[in-house]
Write a protein that binds this ligand. Structure first.
Ligand code: GLY
Ligand code: MN
Ligand code: MN
Length: 437
């Protein structure tokens, strides 16, 4: 693993320092979900749980109790069971967990109801992220009620219930050197996959053939999963922001937009490129493309320590609005069009998001009501786009159905930024050269 045991331990220690003594944090593993009848979705551990444990089994609950004499880090997990393991695979089991994952103690998950109320009792504060899994929420409430029911025998229920996200998600926002290394690698693998898709693309292929090429490259490079469902939208499908059907035939003369990134050891990459199915941009496609590219490059240039989070989006709005006026797609005074948000007909999302273990990663975008200032170690995407609906009668027919987005993953460094996904071309001449072979 690229993130060491020591780093996982340091994360737990840091979180416990923030929590303070006489408190308890409860973090459940992700739940298994049914896709159809008795077929499950691929299991993917919850990012918070994995961030603190490095443990990928389902049916587990992590507990942290800073300063507790009999152990601060306790795990509840599935017991060893020869027969069940024969059917569904290896389990670490509580005994081996302590040693392998540096816990102070571990218990069978079946003992949770019996043991956890005792661990909560006497603490002042419970840190827990309510609202993710209603069933687990009910369980937490039931444990509290178990303690409350015993107050006459001297039990003291905790007085405070605090959202764990505040501390934990702030920690996750700042990437360590090891995390940056994994994310850089995820960016490189994803960039190679996009290049492969560009090289094999031909009119007449199905969109999902490009998806297959991309997923194939991810897996061969050591990534078990995509970080999110790949978007391969040709023609006006590119105007559907979360198009994932990917089943249309790609036509000569259309653009294709691919938004795809791998997940490497629980870290996401998130890249979008848009290129011509036949390898050559038409004049209208090139005009829209170059406008998006200009906005993206200017937006990336704003990413540096001390600049606020929303600056990247403001720059995109300025450039795209002015560019659309210049091309005749919007009419009027640029400032007024921005003021009235008229650009939203063509650019309706934001310039990006935090990136990390989750593609839309955790962390606050505002602090005390103000846009957050960027700091070294933060990673964000920069992804402007222009989408002209195929039935937009307000523009000339030649523009309709063009959808372009360009997205890169950007690390804030001490002096500026590093584009972690720079290996895939985005200038028109580079793309056309690559596609011409
Ligand atoms: N792939 C999701 C996004 O770009 O936000
Ligand atoms: Mn994306
Ligand atoms: Mn994105």
């Amino acid at each position: 693993m690229r993130v060491t045991k020591q780093e996982f331990a340091a994360r737990r220690k840091r979180l416990m320092d923030l929590m303070g003594s006489n408190s308890i944090a409860i973090v459940p593993a992700a739940i298994e979900r049914i896709r159809n009848r008795d077929v499950e979705y691929y299991y993917r551990q919850d990012s918070d749980f994995y961030y603190l444990s490095g443990f990928d089994e389902a049916r587990a609950v992590l507990v942290l109790m800073p300063g507790r004499e009999h152990g601060e880090y306790v795990m509840f997990c599935q017991e060893k069971d020869r027969e069940k393991e024969q059917w569904t695979g290896y389990r670490v089991g509580p005994e081996a967990f302590v040693e392998q994952y540096s816990a102070d103690d571990a218990f069978p998950i079946g003992d949770l109801d019996e043991i956890l109320p005792g661990l909560i009792e006497g603490t002042d504060r419970v840190y827990y992220s309510m609202g993710r899994d209603p069933e687990f929420d009910r369980q937490v409430m039931a444990w509290l009620n178990t303690i409350r029911a015993k107050t006459r025998s001297g039990a003291t229920p905790p007085g405070e219930f605090v959202d764990l996200n505040h501390f934990l998600h702030d920690m996750r926002l700042y990437k360590s050197a090891a995390e940056v290394r994994v994310m850089r690698e995820a960016g490189q693998i994803s960039a190679e996959a996009h290049k492969k898709a560009m090289t094999i693309c031909q009119p007449g292929m199905k969109e999902y053939e490009l998806e297959a090429e991309i997923v194939n490259h991810f897996m061969k490079s050591g990534c078990r999963w995509e970080a999110y469902l790949s978007i391969v939208g040709s023609g006006s499908n590119a105007c559907i922001l979360h198009y994932t059907a990917n089943r249309d035939v790609m036509k000569d003369g259309d653009l294709v937009l691919i938004d795809a990134g791998c997940e490497l050891e629980y870290y996401a990459a998130d890249i979008t490129r848009t290129f011509p199915v036949n390898g050559k941009f038409s004049p209208e496609q090139a005009a829209i493309y170059n406008l998006v590219l200009k906005a993206q490059l200017a937006s990336i240039a704003t990413v540096k320590p001390g600049e606020h989070w929303n600056r990247a989006n403001e720059v995109v709005i300025d450039i795209i609005t002015a560019g659309l006026v210049e091309l005749g797609l919007l009419e009027g005074d640029v400032d007024e069009l921005i003021e009235k948000e008229v650009y939203k007909a063509y650019y309706m999302h934001r310039a990006g998001h935090w990136l990390g273990m989750d593609v839309h990663d955790v962390g606050d975008y505002k602090v005390d009501g103000e846009w957050r200032l960027l700091e070294p170690g933060m990673v964000l995407t920069v992804e402007p786009g222009i989408y002209i609906s195929p039935d937009d009668e307000t523009v000339e027919a030649k523009w309709r159905g063009i959808g372009v987005r360009i997205e890169d993953d950007v690390l804030v460094t001490k002096n500026g930024n590093e584009v972690m996904t720079a290996d895939v071309p985005k200038h028109i001449d580079e793309i056309e050269r690559l596609m011409a072979g």
